[in-house]
Design a protein around this ligand. Structure first.
Ligand SMILES: Cc1cc2nc3c(=O)[nH]c(=O)nc-3n(C[C@H](O)[C@H](O)[C@H](O)COP(=O)(O)OP(=O)(O)OC[C@H]3O[C@@H](n4cnc5c(N)ncnc54)[C@H](O)[C@@H]3O)c2cc1C
Length: 662
């Protein structure tokens, strides 16, 4: 059940932005620290300072609650504030055009369709109705509604895609000119990106990565606690009756590259529900049961009857859950930091993605390491198509791509496996992979997806510093149940050959009813080592073009330009580092987890070295590699490295390591 206690937002640390501001704020604002350095334009507040206008009573008149990616009635600060008015219009505008290609894709639209239906029911149960509109220009639509229906105050939760934040600013200005008051609230992240301070100098080559980000977030205090659901909502005005489209008129299940009816059905069947009650129940089951406790150990397993991950990403994406809900539910368990930290950090990864998107608004398609735009990617359309359709002949890759198509989801390490197969073995541009995911994930999120694909494509703030073998399921699928579930053609193959059917003798294939090239594809790459070497060679060739420029530092690390104009070196795989004259860079003193190796870490191999645990858990740094007093039990290598840096260690003298975890 949703909490129904009397709404009170006074005690919560909310960062409300109100325009006009002539009415004293009833909410405590979460102010920027006074010591904030001057930020470049992208960090500026989204709304201009208020002009002198006549004071209005903030609680009087008709309010409009504009739902976007906050499709919930609980923990919704904007809705809670709007509920104080005597009359309320609840609005959702479906407006993919201004978002262009970044608009929700086919699978996400299927989820959205259900989520809107559920939100509408929730609002009705509280006494309000959801007005649905289709708009080419949502801001204009909101402005028109305000004018037509005499809305006095508009409420919404802020969005953090820079182009949408800009659109919000324009809308706010338009509404102000109409004499409409605007109140916006944080509702999607734990910490708003413009509050998090990370300067290039202090980050010592780790700018934009998780550890300094976590450290900056912690300086802001704990995230606010979830807000209660309003006990009831004000009625809608008679003028709004008949002003809504039917949900079916939004045509949400007919968009996207592959939004076929059969896929819609399979996605709908794959999930327990699309409403906020289900979201909360799923969260409580995950947190209160054994899965959170076993997350560290088991999250890499794709073959268990119940997936060990939370599977909450789509609920978060559509705002049916808030990250605060999850953060505080985890805290309530009283479990030790060691048990929960890997899971808890996932929420910070989510915030980090928006921090990065605000710093690099074009990261959806433009490499953050700008010189990587020169990379010579393969243009093999057939290979791309095999990957998309789950027909590569590599059972693990095919299983995850088919799961993605059927359910709109797959777990993190399987996404990484698919991404690394495309970018590290097929040498296909990460942008192609990102597009496919955008269209096929129910949780498709521009910021997170772009961050993860940039890292997989080697052009992000981070680079994956391990290889996920596509032909060895020991970590992800030791029982073989995952492949058998999604690639039923292979059901009768003995375990020994399940992840490498090409090694099976003819009689084994025949006994399993398998004919490679006929009822299951031949593998699309015969020699993985050669394919990967070719891909690395192509990357080195591109890096050689800039070896003697400002984009390559003296130790062979890539250099990026930060939004404030500073430059920063970023983690660069050892095998990709070049000296200024284009030769392989000599190894720097390394304290990273792969300190004993010359190349990148391998993960998911029978004979793998290093200290990755069975489930691909956090790599522990060898204690002896750290200065005394900095080694902490349960801390990841990255965290200990970061601790050392903060205590004065020099990032120039050591080997930066990747943050990426499976
Ligand atoms: C190539 C690639 C593309 C991805 N695209 C997306 C995407 O479009 N949308 C998306 O939400 N996640 C994306 N992820 C991150 C991650 O795979 C999913 O969030 C996760 O698998 C969702 O399952 P879950 O809810 O069980 O996650 P859990 O492991 O239970 O994690 C809990 C929550 O933390 C957040 N989270 C987890 N991992 C990450 C991460 N690496 N970065 C940011 N937030 C994270 C999610 O909101 C997730 O629901 C991508 C990962 C890869 C490798």
């Amino acid at each position: 059940m949703l909490p129904t206690s009397t709404p009170s937002i006074l005690q919560h640390n909310l960062r409300r932005e109100t325009l006009p501001t002539s009415t004293p704020s009833m909410l405590q604002n979460h102010q920027q620290p006074e010591s904030s350095p001057k930020r470049p334009s992208i960090w500026q507040r989204r709304v201009p300072s208020a002009p002198a206008v006549q004071a209005v009573d903030s609680k009087s008149g008709l309010a409009l609650m504009w739902f976007r990616t906050d499709l919930r009635t609980h923990d919704n600060p904007a809705l809670l504030a709007a509920a104080r008015h005597p009359e309320l219009v609840s609005l959702y505008t479906w407006a993919p055009e201004p978002e262009g290609e970044a608009a929700p894709g086919g699978a996400a639209q299927i989820w959205l369709n259900e989520a809107l239906s559920a939100l509408s029911r929730s609002l009705e149960s509280l006494g309000s109705n959801l007005v649905l509109r289709r708009a080419h220009d949502p801001a204009q639509e909101v402005a028109n509604i305000c004018q037509d229906w005499g809305v006095q105050t508009v409420y919404f939760c802020r969005r953090y895609e820079p182009w949408l934040a800009k659109a919000d600013k324009i809308l706010t200005e338009t509404l102000m000119r109409q004499g409409v008051r605007v109140e916006s609230f944080p509702g999607y992240l734990l910490y708003e990106p413009d509050l998090v301070q990370m300067d290039a100098k202090g980050s010592k080559g780790h700018w934009g990565t998780l550890m300094p980000f976590l450290s900056s977030c912690r300086k802001l205090g704990e995230p606010r606690r979830p807000l209660p659901r309003p006990t009831s909502l004000p009625p809608s005005p008679p003028s709004s009756v008949g002003g809504s489209l039917q949900l079916v008129d939004l045509d949400l299940t007919a968009h996207g590259q592959g939004a076929l009816t059969d896929r819609g059905t399979s996605i709908l069947q794959a999930w327990p529900g699309f409403d906020e009650e289900t979201a909360l129940a799923e969260m409580r089951t995950f947190v209160g049961g054994s899965r959170l406790r076993n997350y560290e150990e088991q999250r890499g397993r794709a073959d268990l009857p119940e997936n060990p991950n939370s599977k909450l990403s789509a609920y978060l994406r559509w705002g049916q859950l808030s990250p605060q809900d999850i953060y505080w539910e985890v805290k309530k368990t009283g479990l030790s930091e060691e048990v929960v930290q890997t899971f808890e950090r996932r929420l910070f990864w989510r915030d980090l993605a928006y921090f990065q998107l605000n710093a690099f608004p074009e990261m959806r398609e433009k490499p953050i390491r700008t010189h990587y735009a020169k990379m010579a990617w393969s243009q093999d359309g057939q290979m791309l198509s095999k990957w998309q359709q789950g027909q590569t002949g590599y059972p693990l890759v095919d299983a995850t791509m088919r799961e993605l198509w059927s359910t709109g989801w797959s777990q993190q390490n399987m996404r990484m496996l698919a991404a690394s197969f495309l970018t590290e073995f097929c040498n296909i541009d990460w942008v192609q992979g990102a597009r496919w995911y955008e269209d096929n994930l129910v949780d498709a999120d521009i910021a997170v997806n772009s961050m993860m694909w940039q890292n997989a494509g080697r052009s992000g703030i981070d680079q994956l510093n391990f290889v996920i073998s596509p032909d060895n399921g020991q970590s992800q699928d030791p029982s073989g149940d995952y492949v058998r579930r999604w690639v039923p053609e292979l059901t009768d193959l003995p375990d020994k050959f399940l992840h490498r059917p090409w090694e099976a003798p003819p009689e084994v294939l025949s006994a399993a009813g398998l004919q490679l090239g006929s009822n299951y594809p031949e593998r699309c790459i015969e020699n993985l080592s050669e394919a990967r070497a070719a891909c690395t060679a192509a990357t080195l060739e591109m890096r050689r073009l800039v070896a003697d420029t400002q984009w390559n530092d003296k130790d062979g690390y890539d250099i990026i330009v930060l939004p404030d104009g500073h430059v920063s070196k970023v983690f660069t795989r050892k095998d990709l580092r070049l000296t200024k004259d284009g030769k392989p860079a000599p190894a720097t003193r390394s304290i990273s987890a792969d300190s004993d190796r010359g190349g990148s870490r391998r993960w998911g191999n029978a004979g793998r070295r290093g200290q990755k645990d069975q489930a691909g858990g956090t790599t522990k740094l060898p204690r002896h590699a750290l200065p005394e007093g900095t080694s902490q039990p349960g801390c990841s290598a990255k965290e200990q490295l970061w601790t050392m840096l903060k205590q004065g260690g020099s990032a120039n003298a050591i080997d930066l390591d990747s943050d990426s975890e499976v």
